[in-house]
Write a protein that binds this ligand. Structure first.
Ligand SMILES: Cc1cc2nc3c(=O)[nH]c(=O)nc-3n(C[C@H](O)[C@H](O)[C@H](O)COP(=O)(O)O)c2cc1C
Length: 202
């Protein structure tokens, strides 16, 4: 079935850049990413929806040589060179005490009380919504002309101790390198199935 086009849809070039031609990179060109670009990613990703506007992600942008070395020591062998060579790696953490911020983030009702005393519910909410925010980060970076390399191959306890130790309610969800991808670092695109394979309209 052909795609239905809406009059507000993005151009084919934009869809290529964000989805169809975007890849997850393993290696990076020797080209810096500025702090202004990281602010630009945040200023887009923060607009993505989260439950009750809870915005549970707490992001640490690993950019200095010292921080990269510290992070490389926490990731799987296959990921060490990836974080060492990337201009930036974002650590997408999640704050299980996100509800403390709800009086100003969701001011029209007392949403904080929904979560008080429900640590299991907060954990599920923080994981679900920080995962979404990580996805928004990938889309925002691509929209701004950058490439990404998400990773879950790391020792979470080690990352938490090294980067979130002073805020123990924040724990890492996943990490994502950002830069200008080296095309020679990736293999061919893995299969992406047609609609009928994994979808049902009921
Ligand atoms: C949450 C997440 C974790 C991932 N973890 C790793 C990882 O630890 N190491 C790695 O090399 N790639 C990792 N990847 C990259 C995936 O293998 C890659 O996105 C997938 O094969 C699709 O590749 P493509 O985006 O180039 O089509 C991860 C991707 C995601 C979204």
């Amino acid at each position: 079935m052909p795609t239905q086009y809406h009059d507000k849809q993005l151009s084919g070039d934009a869809l290529d850049q964000i989805f169809r031609e975007a890849r997850s990179y393993n290696g990076w060109l020797d080209r810096d990413v500025s702090d202004a670009q990281l602010h630009g990613i945040w200023d887009l990703l923060k607009m993505g929806p989260t439950s009750a506007n809870m915005l549970p992600a707490r992001i640490v942008w690993v950019k200095s040589a010292e921080a990269k070395a510290k992070l490389a020591a926490c990731v799987s062998d296959g990921n060490k060179s990836k974080v060492a060579s990337a201009p930036v790696t974002a650590l997408i953490g999640m704050d299980i005490d996100f509800h403390e911020q709800l009086p100003w983030l969701f001011p029209h009702t007392d949403a904080k009380s929904w979560f008080e005393g429900d640590e299991e519910g907060r954990r599920a909410g923080a994981f679900r919504n920080s995962s979404l925010q990580g996805a928004y980060l990938i889309i925002a970076a691509r929209a701004l002309g950058l490439d990404t390399g998400p990773m879950s191959g790391f020792d979470a306890d080690a990352v938490n101790a090294a980067f979130f130790g002073s805020t123990p309610r924040v724990t890492v969800n996943f990490i994502c390198s950002i830069g200008y991808g080296d095309p020679s670092s990736i293999f061919g695109r893995s299969p992406r199935p047609d609609f009928g394979t994994f979808n049902t309209i009921v």
